[in-house]
Design a protein around this ligand. Structure first.
Ligand code: PEP
Ligand code: MN
Length: 333
């Protein structure tokens, strides 16, 4: 249930309403926007009389929310959320970021070379997988905590915040110094992991599962947010369809739908969506054009020899060109 309050009401009146609502055992989520203050109620609201509340002279309107996602719902928070990573880097409400870097951390020299290049091209966040979810157990599994140590070292020298994927909640202590924790497509519905991440204060980039609906993605965001961590960034990275020319099928309509349904920022990953470097540019431009709040692009200094996802990785030179084309698209909007 959401209660929109009238403008210009007194603080005591608002506080009084909230404590009365809390006496029903519901949790309150207050969104104080520039234009409207909205009181969101999470929990069992069946005993609350909506007519009684609508009748109060400080209340503009009362709406029952039919969607199962509440905190992620735009009705709860009408304005776009801004997820701030550092003073200079944020996602949402017009703040756009390029996240770039290798699929996997391979060595300190590799990450540093790529980080310096992508920063010059305008990237705001450095990516690199340390714990890799690979289809085959015989493939490179990542450098694990050593990979995270390399990312934090490179951050010190290059000055870009870092994002890396968590696969097991037992690894959380290694992520204490990471700027954004990524939940990969394969773990989007690892609910125990989501619940634990909900207890942290780290920004979480939540990727859509290979075969998950938009609603399921929002429900997974809800798992994190209901635990108290509302710093969630959604990521469309392509879904499984019958098509085989691309690794996945990029569902760009998800960007428009997610922006309608939710206030959370939406990032698009054209690298995993297409699986081929030559398709990354057109899909990156399309994503920017349809209003994505950021792009996550895999960049490797030597794609043919990458230990993971070489065929979809751009060289730093290609990334530089794509980054400036994305800027032109955004300026044209
Ligand atoms: C990744 O970003 O490296 C990755 C494994 O992505 P996804 O979870 O989308 O497959
Ligand atoms: Mn990858």
């Amino acid at each position: 249930m959401i209660i929109a309050l009238k403008k210009g009401i007194r603080r005591e009146e608002q506080d009084h309403l909230i404590s009365w609502l809390e006496s029903y055992g519901v949790r309150i989520h207050l969104s104080e926007g520039e234009y409207q203050t909205v009181v969101g109620l999470v929990g069992d609201t069946t005993r609350i009389d909506t007519d009684l509340i609508s009748g109060l002279d400080i209340v503009e309107s009362v709406t029952r929310i039919s969607e199962p996602f509440k905190k992620a719902n735009r009705k709860f928070h009408p304005e776009d959320s801004v997820i701030r990573i550092t003073e200079a880097v944020a996602f949402g409400k017009g703040e756009f970021q390029l996240i770039a870097g290798p699929c996997s951390v391979e060595s300190e020299a590799q990450v540093e070379t790529i980080a310096r290049a992508v920063k010059k091209s305008g990237a705001g966040v450095l990516r690199g997988g340390a714990f890799k979810p690979r289809t085959s157990p015989y493939d490179f599994q990542g450098l694990h905590e050593e990979g995270i140590r390399i990312l934090t070292e490179v951050r010190k020298r290059v000055g870009l915040p870092i994002i890396t994927e968590i696969m097991d909640i037992g690894h959380l202590p290694y992520f204490q110094d990471v700027d954004i924790i990524q939940v990969g497509a394969r773990n989007m519905q690892n609910f125990e992991l989501l619940k634990e991440l909900g207890k942290t204060d780290k920004p979480i980039l939540l990727k859509r599962g290979l075969a998950n609906t938009i609603k399921e993605l929002l429900m997974s965001a809800e798992y994190i947010m209901s635990g108290g961590n509302e710093r969630v960034i959604l990521c469309e990275r392509g879904i499984r369809t019958y098509e085989t020319y691309t690794r996945n099928t990029l569902d760009l309509s998800a960007v428009a739908v997610l922006h309608e349904l939710s206030h959370l920022p939406v990032v698009v990953d054209p690298s995993h969506a297409t699986g081929a470097a030559r398709y990354v540019r057109p899909m990156a431009l399309a994503a920017a054009a349809c209003g994505a709040d950021g792009l996550m692009i895999e960049v490797h200094n030597d794609p043919p020899h990458a230990l993971c996802d070489g065929p979809q990785s751009l060289t730093p030179e290609q990334f530089d060109e794509v980054a400036s084309a994305v800027r032109r698209v955004r300026e044209a909007l």
